[in-house]
Design a protein around this ligand. Structure first.
Ligand SMILES: Cc1cc2nc3c(=O)[nH]c(=O)nc-3n(C[C@H](O)[C@H](O)[C@H](O)COP(=O)(O)OP(=O)(O)OC[C@H]3O[C@@H](n4cnc5c(N)ncnc54)[C@H](O)[C@@H]3O)c2cc1C
Length: 447
């Protein structure tokens, strides 16, 4: 085994220990909930051989290892008191014959900007600092998803450092089971991905949609949105947020985009307003290339500084009227402090035109995703989640991990769990890549 100095000297990138200048800056993930976790080492990798060396060092010392892309994991899985393997130095983007090869440390803002230069893009999320690897490995929901599917549906190959230190290029024809598992089961479970190859799509010109309402019947609005948004034309994705702040009425925020012109978009959104009986006061911004559209949503996704508690679930059918009434009452109940949000994300479209077992992402029959988000100390999140759960499908998005789930294998993976356990057995039988809700090798049985 290399001693620490030899290990440091063997890297193309840098190794940070608590006494290194810059340690505090590099050790902190984006999510403030995990900013106090102090790793013994952070390896800022710049090459595949750095990843192999770090993995070997962690195996030799028996230390916990956490792989970090964008550092956004809600459950803190990219933080550890052992060794953080930081991928941000492996962030190149190149495009050939419309296939993009993207370093696993790239963040979404970089990815959109680099692909724009080629007139291409990917259906992916909004947060500009979200990592492409974490997003893709757990699925990847975004404003082009109803038209082009999940980010992981566009993945055509990946380079992966396995638990034994070997490096494989997996795709449909090579290590096909591993490639299947990388598409939507959630990151950090089967190996360290160093680069991803995507079949890109042409970058569309979009119309941005935003509307705010305060004085409307919220139950009518949610009822109309539930019936309308998941069945809207694929080119249109419109999500709904209900925001409650102390001393103010709950406000509704409609936001999304269409790869359609402003006239067609206005007609479609007017249909929702008519069904809901709300004024069609929608703000549209036309002719936005997709990468600029994404920038306009960056502020919405800026959660810096707030320690949040989030829980979520997929829904295959609308909320029952009683459930919806209870949710709205709980959301708006009087209190002194704390912002609360119910966030409805439209599914349907291309997300659901892929078979449940075609990729590891099992949630292909859902109509929407509902998140409950508030400050960490607010007990409302658990109460609100329990209310909605009565009508939920029991499925949970692997990229929105929820440590409180009872039966997490069923919630995250449904019928895909046995095959995932077999892949784990084949590629990481000794659980080198592990956390509380990681898939266990098949030989160990159920979680
Ligand atoms: C502000 C914000 C906006 C968001 N917006 C969206 C959205 O629009 N759509 C959506 O679908 N999701 C969204 N998410 C959720 C996001 O998809 C997940 O948080 C995702 O896991 C983040 O990936 P990351 O690389 O940034 O985080 P990390 O914490 O670095 O990684 C997440 C997980 O993946 C693992 N991992 C990371 N890189 C690798 C690698 N190279 N190899 C193997 N495992 C790896 C980590 O170990 C960890 O388990 C958002 C989250 C935030 C905080």
């Amino acid at each position: 085994m290399l001693d620490l100095a030899e290990f440091r000297g063997s890297l193309d990138g840098e190794l940070f220990s608590p006494d290194s200048p810059g340690y505090d800056a590099i050790r902190r993930p984006v999510d403030p909930a995990f900013r106090e976790v102090r790793p013994r080492l952070v390896a800022a990798c710049r090459s595949v051989s750095d990843v192999v060396g770090t993995l070997r060092h962690a195996t030799a010392t028996g230390e916990r290892l956490a792989v970090r892309g964008g550092g956004h994991c809600f459950a803190g899985r990219s933080s550890t008191d052992g060794i953080v393997l930081d991928m941000s130095g492996l962030a190149g983007v190149s495009v050939a014959a419309d296939v993009a090869t993207i370093g696993a440390g790239a963040r979404l803002a970089q990815v959109y900007a680099a692909l724009h230069a080629h007139g291409r893009t990917l259906p992916a999320g909004c947060g500009p600092t979200v990592g492409i690897a974490g997003l893709t490995l757990g699925g990847g929901i975004g404003l082009l998803g109803r038209e082009h599917g999940l980010t992981c549906d566009r993945l055509v190959g990946a380079r992966v450092v396995l638990a034994d230190g070997s490096v494989v290029d997996c795709d449909q024809d090579h290590d096909a089971d591993l490639f299947w598992a990388l598409r939507g089961a959630g990151g950090g479970q089967f190996g360290v991905v160093t680069s991803l190859r995507f079949d890109t799509v042409p970058e569309p010109t979009t119309t941005r949609v935003e509307a705010h309402w305060t004085d409307v019947a919220l139950d009518d609005l949610v009822t109309a949105w539930q019936a309308w948004a998941p069945d809207a034309p694929d080119e249109l994705t419109v999500n709904l947020g209900l925001v409650s702040e102390p001393g103010a009425p709950v406000r509704a925020v409609l936001f999304g985009a269409a790869s359609l012109d402003a006239g067609a978009t206005r007609e479609l959104v007017r249909d929702l307003a008519d069904r809901a009986g709300v004024p069609a006061a929608t703000e549209l911004r036309a002719s936005l290339p997709y990468h600029l559209l994404k920038r306009t949503f960056a502020e919405r996704d800026d959660v810096s500084g707030r320690v949040l508690h989030r829980r979520s679930e997929f829904f295959a059918r609308p909320l029952a009227p009683d459930t919806l009434r209870s949710l709205l009452r709980q959301l708006g109940e009087p209190r002194d402090q704390g912002r609360r949000e119910l966030a409805f994300t439209a599914m349907g479209g291309a997300y659901n035109r892929v078979a449940e077992d075609a990729t590891a992402f099992a949630h292909r029959g859902e109509r929407f995703l509902l998140e409950h988000v508030a400050d960490a100390a607010d007990p409302w999140v658990d109460a609100s989640w329990a209310t909605a759960h009565a009508d939920g499908s029991g499925r949970v998005y692997p990229n929105f991990p929820d440590p409180a789930l009872d039966d997490w294998p069923a919630a995250y993976h449904a019928g895909n769990h046995p095959r995932l356990a077999a892949v784990k057995q084949a590629y990481d039988p000794h659980r080198r890549f592990d956390f509380a809700q990681a898939v266990r090798p098949a030989a160990e049985g159920e979680a």
